[in-house]
Write a protein that binds this ligand. Structure first.
Ligand SMILES: [Zn+2]
Length: 488
């Protein structure tokens, strides 16, 4: 391009006045300058070499899997050091934080890629810890970062070191490619999400200053649904259920099992549990659930489509109600749920124990007050000898608006890839660190950068042979990169 202008310019000058010649030359010089500016900015914004970058990302993920952060005990300081070394090399300032508060070999990690500050920041948050493994049930070493058969294998590939590395490498790709940033990109690695959630709690408590300019946050809790290889929807997580685990205890008088007594706590506990097990919580359609089921209704036919398009009306029809609640996911987003999961009585057949207890996993819709719900259960159990104990501090409710620049950026990046697939907002039935950040007013979405077959997602996450397709690494990296570009 530069060569063409230089050759043509002298020919023009001979036939024109001096003034014209001067003007033309100035124009030509301007063109040359403009060309240089354009080349320079093109160079500064060179699109990443996606093949090379996907390869690099795959190897970085494999190495991250090798940092064993099984929680307990966590050892997330090792993970924080691993990530900081990569960030240091890229010239992105990173800090290892909260080591004193979090205890031995634990830490949070914080980094920030600076933009021009004209808009508020976007934070990418993942937890660095993983749940324990039962190696006997794995076909590979869960902490070797094995890459074979088109997958990277290991604990954390799905939950959630895979996403963490997407966060890291998308941020690095933005820096390397020189995309102008109106928003800073904040990168956070938290410890202890899988056990107590202390990492995020301590981070928010100690470092509200680092988060004060953050408008948006993305972490786990999104669910893109893939069934039999077909992508049904892109799911952005805007709400989640509240966890209200309970332990219930009946005390009695210990004695020999050969002489039954009325002070045996076991039958009393069992009777109360039976009443709780038979209790059907009412169906309750939240606006976001109504919208989600309406969004997916075109994927169904006949009366099922009609029912999904207006679930509030459908739940009054017995057949529709049964069909809806037979789906264990829909059932869980349409009501408060109770799973009785643990029982303890005597450890000897011939001993009446001093105490019998049970635990239950209670998950509440975001508009339910936990104490009101527990009071209802106490009435259902109908026995003052049953004592109720909160197993965890309830987190605050999680609900987010969808009329935001980030939601639109996710929609655009999703539709770039699959123009005919809807982007919707399935409620998350389990718990994440999101409520801890949402409390600060930050719009906090669950964003899933991968397309993983539903069955594989549920068997691998917290299960055995957790793995992520190599193709998903390239997909997730570019998908998140585009979201971050579009939200600028
Ligand atoms: Zn997780």
């Amino acid at each position: 391009m530069r060569k063409v202008i230089a050759q043509r310019a002298p020919g023009w000058f001979h036939t024109r006045t001096l003034h014209q010649a001067w003007y033309m030359r100035r124009t030509a010089v301007s063109f040359v300058l403009l060309f240089f500016v354009m080349t320079a900015s093109a160079r500064a914004q060179a699109a990443p070499d996606w093949n090379a970058l996907s390869d690099e990302t795959l190897h970085t993920l494999s190495d991250y899997i090798k940092v064993n952060t099984t929680d307990p005990p966590g050892n997330e300081l090792d993970a924080a050091r691993f990530l900081k070394a990569i960030l240091d090399k890229e010239g992105i300032e990173a800090q290892i934080l909260d080591t004193a508060e979090l205890g031995h070999n634990r830490a949070n990690l914080y980094a920030r890629l600076k933009g021009n500050g004209s808009k508020k920041a976007v934070a990418l948050v993942h937890h660095m810890d993983v749940v324990p493994v039962a190696p006997a049930f794995w076909s590979v070493d869960p902490f070797a970062g094995v890459v074979k058969d088109g997958y990277v294998w290991g604990r954390g590939t799905l939950d959630m070191k895979g996403q963490g590395i997407m966060h890291l490498m998308a941020m690095i790709a933005l820096k390397r490619s020189g995309v102008p940033l109106n928003r800073d990109i904040v990168f956070i690695g938290n410890s202890d999400e899988e056990f107590g959630g202390d990492g995020a709690v301590v981070f928010v408590k100690n470092h509200a200053d680092l988060l004060k300019d953050v408008e948006f946050l993305m972490t786990e809790g999104g669910e893109n649904l893939v069934v039999n290889g077909k992508l049904e929807y892109y799911g952005v997580g805007v709400s989640e259920k509240q966890t209200a685990w309970q332990r219930i205890v009946v005390t009695g008088v210990p004695s020999h099992g050969s002489r039954p007594t009325k002070q045996n706590p076991v039958p009393r506990l069992v009777a109360a549990l039976d009443r709780i097990a038979k209790y059907e919580t009412p169906l309750h359609v939240l606006p976001d659930v109504q919208k989600f089921l309406h969004d997916i209704s075109p994927q169904y036919k006949g009366e099922q489509r009609v029912w999904l398009s207006d679930v509030r009306s459908a739940i009054r029809i017995p057949r529709a109600r049964k069909w809806l609640t037979d789906n264990i996911y829909w059932n869980a987003i349409l009501r408060n749920t109770i799973s009785l999961t643990g029982l303890q009585g005597s450890n000897k057949t011939n001993v009446i124990p001093a105490e019998a207890s049970a635990v239950m996993d209670i998950r509440l819709l975001w508009d339910t007050d936990p104490q009101t719900f527990i009071n209802t259960l106490k009435r259902i159990a109908n026995d003052t000898a049953v004592h109720w104990v909160n197993q965890i501090e309830p987190k605050s409710k999680l609900q987010n608006p969808i009329d935001t620049d980030l939601f639109r950026a996710i929609e655009k990046a999703s539709h770039d890839r699959n123009p005919n697939v809807i982007v919707t907002t399935p409620m998350f039935t389990a718990a994440t660190d999101r409520p801890t950040y949402r409390k600060l007013g930050i719009v906090t979405y669950g964003f899933d950068p991968f397309l993983v077959e539903n069955e594989e997602m549920h068997s691998g996450m917290h299960g055995n042979n957790e793995r992520l397709a190599v193709s998903n690494v390239g997909f997730g990296l570019k998908y998140l990169y585009d979201v971050l570009r579009y939200v600028q």
